[in-house]
Design a protein around this ligand. Structure first.
Ligand code: NAD
Length: 415
């Protein structure tokens, strides 16, 4: 497939699972398309007095297993097809970790790096005003994704509450803790991924204290770098990158020092004692564990043959194309697929919703324990399917997830 449209990729991945599961045509049709999608304009008063019109999206992909849930991405390349793909993956993600939610996603085409805090707040509130009537903890609830933050979630929750005229903390997750955020949400995505790596290392007899590299040094990537050492008891981080390029240190670097350097300078580049490396070179390093934690389509048929890691733990959504998946599988690389590897975020978002609905909040230890249980079970469900059907890990994850959603669709009598 030369096509890198993420929604076409998501549909191709689904089609393969549907074929193996022998789903009937109507079931395939309902599961390969979003149930509802919204595309709208958001006028925002800019600091210079002009009005700029942004394009916003919300896709509610499937709600057979529960209300839809999924993050909001603010990115210049955001399109309806990216949102559809991410919403489909959210559907499979909530299903693979077996939480009672469906999948959705949303976003705005914009470059947040060019917006002031005031403009971001007006954009967040404007997005919410257009779509508030279609949201709610029993319908659809957003969360953060690329370039959206707890502060943006707080403004959106506030706007929703103004419209609803009452307190509504569970409408949105990833909020700051004083506004009903959950303990442990900040690092949950990466933590879940590290739990899956821990399980994979045990099964495959790989030493987690070997080398690792992280592509994309944002929320998911930074916490993956830190928690790899904390949870797995060591490991040598030899390369990291962000949108401006990467750095390499043969003897390994201290993840905390890189996080601080990125905070101070806004980039990972120029870290003292490091050599520059491109994002492409980073992916092809000979490391034990690779964490693609940036954006889609970075491992393709062009570079898959050069990938050398033992485990690729996909913190990012959609980093590997279907053709590359086959090549990695043939090379014996153990891929922990995105919607399993990064399901920790939505799992703790679900915990946040539960806590907000009860108005009773858990301790950090409670959150970690419940997250570990959910993710560990999900990893083993997928691994067993991978062995039983002799398919690669992504297809195995699809088989587990799609079968559960199809069962809910059937029980509801939709098909
Ligand atoms: P983020 O905005 O915190 O960070 C994104 C990082 O990627 C930044 O460091 C940026 O510089 C870097 N980046 C952007 N373009 C790049 C490029 N072309 N090459 C290399 N690096 C690049 O975003 P995040 O929340 O960490 O999300 C990263 C990935 O993880 C996305 O695919 C997202 O969908 C996925 N994810 C995140 C969460 C979450 O809870 N944060 C949950 C599930 C999945």
């Amino acid at each position: 497939m030369s096509e890198l449209n993420p929604f076409k990729i998501a549909q191709a991945q689904f089609d393969e699972a549907a074929e193996i599961l022998g789903l009937e045509p109507a079931m395939r049709e309902i599961l390969r398309w979003p149930r509802r999608e919204y595309k709208f304009t958001i006028p925002v008063k800019m600091d210079d007095g002009t009005t700029k019109v942004f394009h916003g999206y919300r896709v509610q992909y499937n709600d057979a297993r529960g209300p839809t849930k999924g993050g909001l991405r603010w990115h210049p390349d955001e399109t309806i097809d990216t949102v559809r793909a991410l919403a489909a993956w959210m559907t499979w993600k909530t299903s693979v970790v077996d939480i009672p939610l469906g999948g959705g996603k949303g976003g705005v085409t914009c470059n947040p790096k060019e917006l002031s805090d005031g403009e971001k707040q007006r954009l967040a509130r404007g997005w919410m005003r257009v779509i508030a009537s279609e949201l709610g903890e029993h319908r659809d609830s957003p969360a953060p994704d690329v370039y959206t933050t707890p502060q943006i979630m707080a403004w959106m929750m506030d706007e929703f509450e103004v419209i609803a005229g009452r307190n509504h903390p569970a409408v949105i997750t990833g909020k700051p803790i004083p506004l009903g955020g959950s303990q442990g949400r900040g690092d949950a995505t990466a933590r879940g991924g590290i739990y899956t790596v821990r399980e994979a290392c045990k099964i495959l007899d790989i030493d987690p204290k070997g080398t690792y590299a992280v592509q994309g040094f944002g929320n998911a990537g930074q916490f993956a770098a830190l928690l790899h050492q904390e949870i797995l008891g060591g490991g040598k981080l030899i390369a990291v990158s962000d949108s401006r390029g990467g750095i390499y240190v043969e003897g390994g670097m201290d993840p905390e020092a890189i996080v601080k350097h990125k905070l101070d300078t806004g980039k990972v580049g120029d870290f003292p004692g490091s050599k520059p490396i491109t994002n492409e070179e980073l992916l092809e390093l000979d490391v034990d564990i690779l964490y693609p934690a940036a954006l889609e389509n970075v491992i393709t048929e062009k570079n898959a043959a050069n990938i050398k890691c033992k485990i690729s733990c996909e913190m990012a959504n959609g980093p590997t194309t279907p053709e590359a998946d086959v090549i990695l599988h043939e090379k014996g690389i153990h891929v922990i697929p995105d919607f399993l590897a990064n399901a920790g975020g939505v799992t703790v978002s679900y915990f946040e919703q539960v806590q907000g609905t009860y108005n009773y909040y858990w301790t950090l230890a409670d959150v970690h324990k419940q997250l570990d249980a959910k993710i560990t079970k999900a990893y083993h469900d997928v691994y067993e399917m991978h062995k039983e059907k002799n398919v690669h890990m992504r297809t195995a994850a699809y088989l587990v997830a799609v079968a559960r959603v199809a069962e809910a669709v059937k029980l509801r009598g939709w098909v």
